[in-house]
Design a protein around this ligand. Structure first.
Ligand code: 16G
Ligand code: ZN
Length: 688
């Protein structure tokens, strides 16, 4: 079994019977675990950790089959038969992450990543779901035998060409106590199946066995954030998916270097531009920084999870560059895995759903040991904070004014609009510059749009449509839906769920545009390349988003039209601070409508069916008319009221969302909607 980074086992005597034995001694379906079906849901398989052993072995085997299928697509028959004298090695990587994200410690989960770092597509999900649930051993035997035959055939084709294939499955896991055990089972399944396949290859001829045409290895990266795993997969397939201006760095260390460097470069550029505008000699940026400037500190709630160490590493990497501290923000990581229970009273989900500050566990433990509690209020005022979730793919920002009160709260909608605002100003400036230049060829400005879900605040959606005048697409919940819509529709696709999960994806046209901007004779504008370097395009990434937001806030506070141009006209209205504060961000663009999210327990949530973007309930038939009635101003006096319900994909509950002009109305609407769900969908427990 693979443990430690990059291990490969030599083939052992594995036959189909021994795999079947392994599979069925770990049969996942059992009446005792109360589960009759394992569904690949919104974010992969996610269950109570104690019912996942058999599932993991199966996912291990199936992930190798999926990797081979991906390889078939990349290495087409024409490319394999092309006769070349030199040997070409084709590499391809996919990944698996073991985590249950924001769920509590008792849960775990597993999700797969495709070679470009993106999540699975429906056909792959269906394949996985079918086979993890398959209880007929004959069916399984047939699958394994067929796969071996196909593998042999492919190998024979490769033998006649100069091509070799090197395939890797990258594995990462979060800090949950059972993640190590589940990861071992996953590796056991994957490695046993690899041994079985490679045995057929080496037995073909002893002379060929030395130079296997197809190598398959498991790279166990151990504890990682989810976005690190996706980054590693994406960066392992650079020729297919990375632009020329991003250096592939497919390791944990490479991840830290990539984003720390991108952040510093952008911050330094900002300062150079500001100094240039102020007509100051900018040869030595560090020397020109106003030393009176206040050091900014960002306090980070790491949800007592895997993001904590990653933030520490980022902080060290940033500090080690010797960049003037006034140019960058100090990252103050809190709530590490040793400080408190994972996602418990802390993390992005807690702050977002309850509008409450997280428990700062270290501080709380200290307070509890103090006999006098007098310091409480004074000690809990932090103007600039963020919370990430248990696997560090979501982030929300907030200011805290006392132990139990937020001063500001900024979610994924706010992040998306901050990015769009800065980019729009910048693009418009680029266009003006281009029109004013003597260049007779007009440049094509990349298209930009925003993808949201029904959970996006109504005020955010209106702001994008009416003020920014950008297209908005509303998709089903689950970042994979937003991701695909962003890739398919725009050169710059900005997608965020309100819960803080999101990123920006860039098209090939954008990449060419970015390169041209940097090559321009006079301007040599590296902003577009710099921005792309700071973003993890594979998946929503709390840590990249954290650095990105910090940079954008700085750019908006710069007293010029500097590198970012970022601020454009808004910069003139910025406060005297050198950076937009959270309050600036919260109030200068748009104000959220008050909203409330509630959960309702029902007997069977699968009876609830929604329309394609989950904003309307289609079944049971009685629900939607009652919700419409609840939203109706005439009957309830609720202004700007909107509510919807949907069954959760990750918990056994129904989610209710409501927003309205006032907090009281939003709460009232949420309560009425919860009662409708309870009454019409066989609610259990106490009626809301
Ligand atoms: C998962 C999804 C997230 C979605 C959430 C919805 C991924 C990586 N994460 O966390 O995008 O918002 O589920 O949860 O896909 P729900 O179905 O319980 O509301
Ligand atoms: Zn997560």
């Amino acid at each position: 079994m693979a443990t430690g980074l990059t291990t490969m086992k030599t083939t052992t005597d594995v036959d189909v019977e021994s795999i079947i034995e392994l599979l069925f001694q770990q049969q996942p379906l059992s009446s005792s675990n109360g589960l009759s079906y394992y569904n690949y849901g919104t974010a992969g398989f996610r269950f109570k950790a104690n019912v996942m052993d058999g599932l993991m072995v199966r996912v291990g085997i199936l992930s190798i089959i999926l990797l081979l299928k991906q390889a078939e697509e990349v290495v087409s028959p024409t490319s394999t038969t092309a006769s070349t004298t030199t040997s070409i090695i084709t590499t391809l990587s996919t990944g698996i992450m073991i985590t249950a994200s924001h769920n509590d410690e008792s849960y775990n989960g597993v999700k797969l990543a495709n070679p470009d770092g993106s999540m699975l597509v429906p056909i792959q999900e269906e394949f996985l779901t079918k086979w993890v649930n398959e209880s007929n051993s004959e069916e399984w035997k047939q699958l394994l035998i067929n796969e071996k035959l196909v593998f042999k055939l492919k190998n024979r084709i490769l033998q006649s060409s100069s091509l070799s294939l090197s395939l890797s499955l990258h594995i990462g896991r979060d800090t949950r106590s059972h993640s190590f055990h589940l990861s071992n089972l996953l590796c056991l399944g994957a490695q046993t199946f690899i041994d079985y396949l490679l045995l057929s290859q080496s037995s073909q001829s002893s002379s060929q066995s030395k130079s296997n045409k197809v190598n398959i290895i498991i790279c166990d990266h151990e504890v990682l954030t989810t976005p690190m795993l996706h980054h590693i997969v994406l960066h392992s397939n650079p020729t297919l998916y990375l632009p020329s201006y991003i250096t592939p760095k497919p390791t944990r260390k490479g991840y830290i270097e990539t984003y720390a460097t991108a952040y510093i470069d952008l911050c330094v550029d900002l300062c150079v531009a500001a100094n240039a505008n102020a007509d100051v000699n900018n040869a030595n940026v560090n020397a020109n920084v106003n030393t009176n400037q206040q050091q900014t500190v960002l306090r980070i709630d790491s949800a007592c999870g895997v993001g904590y160490d990653a933030v520490k590493e980022l902080e060290n990497a940033i500090l080690n560059t010797n960049t003037s501290l006034a140019l960058i923000t100090t990252l103050n990581a809190q709530n590490g895995p040793q400080d408190g229970p994972l996602n418990d009273s802390c993390g992005s989900d807690h702050v977002k759903t309850l509008f409450l500050p997280p428990t700062w566990w270290k501080q709380m433990n200290k307070d509890n040991n103090d006999n006098d509690n007098q310091n409480d209020n004074g000690n809990y005022s932090f103007p600039y904070c963020c919370s990430i979730d248990g696997d560090a793919d979501r982030i929300v920002f907030f200011g805290q004014q006392s132990k139990n009160e937020l001063s500001e709260f900024l979610d994924g909608d706010k992040i998306a609009i901050l990015i769009a605002h800065v980019l729009q100003e910048k693009l418009s400036k680029t266009k003006t510059n281009s029109n004013n230049s003597n260049n007779s060829i007009a440049i094509a400005i990349p298209t930009m749009g925003i993808i949201q879900t029904a959970y996006a605040n109504g005020a955010a959606t209106n702001y994008v449509r009416d003020v920014l005048q950008l297209p908005v697409i509303i998709t089903k919940t689950g970042v994979k839906h937003l991701h695909h819509a962003a890739v398919e529709n725009f050169d710059i696709g900005i997608y965020f769920e309100a819960n803080g999960h999101g990123t920006v994806v860039f098209s090939k046209q954008y990449e060419q545009f970015a390169i041209r901007q940097q090559q321009q004779q006079q301007l040599k504008d590296s902003f577009y390349i710099g921005l792309h370097r700071l973003i993890n395009p594979a998946v929503g990434d709390a840590l990249c988003d954290m650095l990105l937001v910090d940079y954008l806030l700085r750019s908006l506070g710069t007293n010029d039209n500097g590198a970012a141009a970022a601020a454009g006209s808004s910069s003139s209205s910025s406060s005297s601070s050198s950076s937009w504060t959270l309050q600036d961000w919260n109030t200068k663009l748009y104000q959220d409508l008050p909203n409330r999210m509630l959960k309702v327990k029902v007997k069977d949530r699968t009876i609830i069916k929604c329309n394609s973007n989950e904003s309307i309930c289609l079944q049971p038939l009685t629900v939607q008319p009652l919700l419409e009635n609840a939203m109706n101003v005439a009957t309830n006096g609720i202004e700007n009221g909107r509510c919807f319900i949907r069954p959760s994909g990750t918990e056994d509950i129904v989610r209710v969302y409501a927003e309205a002009k006032t907090r009281t109305d939003a709460d009232k609407l949420a309560l009425i909607a919860s009662q409708i769900v309870y009454d019409e969908c066989n609610g259990i427990g106490e009626r809301p």
